[in-house]
Write a protein that binds this ligand. Structure first.
Ligand SMILES: Nc1nc2c(ncn2[C@@H]2O[C@H](COP(=O)(O)OP(=O)(O)O)[C@@H](O)[C@H]2O)c(=O)[nH]1
Ligand SMILES: [Mg+2]
Length: 355
């Protein structure tokens, strides 16, 4: 209940004021009626009535529903402001982890586009909450995406090595020859074909190994002679073809190598691109783009012993989805050559983290 006073010249008029305000006498209970002096020292009547709280609130224009709606509106606005101030939980916890791992992997030479795509994929999952977990996830992804070409030695195999000058083609041919002819449980009959007639001493370099191993070594100078040479070597299990080092800008040599490849008669030649692990990603890409129309079946990685940073190389292999067949990790013939495996590739990449 609420008490309220009304003042008028006489009690009846005072009561009338109360009735006007509350609509009906029944809503009012008269508590007191007294005479008081007003500001001008004149005697006036003052009545005190009591009314219900509701009637009182209504009388001053308070609408409960409207007020409630107003309060809800204010609350809603407050909540939305609070929401904007509170950063979502995953951004708080996950972003620093994503950033840290990305920085590590970029530093290892992995491609940013590839990393971004992968991190975006995992950013919502629990794996992104822990740096170690995320690192091992990425290593798993690299492991999964790297491709290796198993060594298949059934039937006749003609293998041509192409690549830039000095990457290790001739040395690798000598190592492969030794592997196939001398080191396998069941040795194979190996012949060497040399198409590198540009460089002085190129034939002699390979001949040195061929004569040591007593392996047939044939030089081919003219494109037209190539099919016959291959035909004459039909009794051999493996024919390894050495080529001149081609720079992507040396179209003369490139055209000659292409002509050889187009002139093989019925013989299927497996082309391997020899890439130095020390090369920069852009250079590797350049070389690959120039040779890609030659249907490269695999990559042989050389000079694996000369670099610790293989991230750029891995980015290239993953991006182009080209399998690695052999890894050369030193100058020694025949020891420094391994059949490629994911373990060997990943070991090198992971070892970088432990330094
Ligand atoms: N450190 C290292 N040197 C290598 C490797 N493979 C080849 N080489 C060296 O690289 C140089 C060029 O090799 P070569 O076979 O003549 O290259 P090509 O021009 O491609 O035939 C030689 O000094 C080789 O001994 C390797 O895996 N590691
Ligand atoms: Mg050579």
């Amino acid at each position: 209940m609420v008490e309220e006073t009304f003042v008028a010249p006489n009690p009846r008029e005072a009561f009338e004021l109360a009735r006007e305000k509350y609509g009906h006498f029944s809503k009012l209970k008269l508590l007191k009626a007294i005479q008081i002096k007003n500001d001008e020292e004149k005697l006036v009547s003052q009545i005190t009535v009591s009314v219900s709280s509701n009637d009182f609130l209504n009388s001053i224009g308070y609408d409960e529903e409207k007020e409630l709606a107003k309060e809800i509106h204010v609350l809603k606005e407050q909540i939305s402001t609070m929401k904007q101030l509170v950063v979502p939980e995953d951004t708080v916890e996950v972003q620093p982890v994503l950033n840290a791992v990305k920085a590590v992997m970029l530093q290892k030479g992995l491609s940013e586009i590839w990393l971004d795509a992968m991190l975006e994929e995992v950013s919502k999952g629990a794996v992104a909450e822990d740096e170690q977990l995320l690192l091992s996830y990425i290593l798993d992804e690299i492991d999964e995406r790297l491709m290796v070409k198993p060594e298949i030695l059934s039937g006749q195999k003609i293998m041509m090595l192409i690549g830039s000058t000095g990457v290790g083609k001739t040395t690798t041919i000598a190592k492969l020859a030794a592997r196939y002819a001398l080191l396998l449980e069941k040795p194979l009959k190996v012949a060497l074909v040399n198409l590198d007639t540009f460089r002085v001493g190129a034939y002699e370099q390979l001949e040195h190994y061929a004569s040591q191993m007593q392996i047939t070594h044939v030089k081919v100078e003219k494109v037209e002679a190539f099919p016959k040479v291959l035909h004459d070597l039909k009794g051999y299990d493996v024919i390894l073809v050495d080529t001149a080092g081609i720079s992507p800008y040396d179209t003369g040599k490139l055209i000659k190598t292409i002509e050889f490849l187009k002139n093989t008669g019925d013989h299927k030649i497996e082309t391997s691109l020899v890439v130095s692990a020390t090369a920069k990603r852009d250079d590797i890409m350049d070389i690959y783009e120039h040779f890609s129309f030659l249907e490269i079946e695999s990559v042989i990685l050389t000079k694996f012993d000369e670099t610790k940073k293989v991230g750029e190389l891995f980015s290239f292999l993953i991006e182009k989805q080209i399998p690695v067949s052999y890894i050369s990790n030193g100058q020694h013939v025949p020891d420094d050559l391994k059949v490629a495996s994911k373990e060997k590739l990943m070991d090198r990449f992971v070892s970088e983290f432990n330094e």
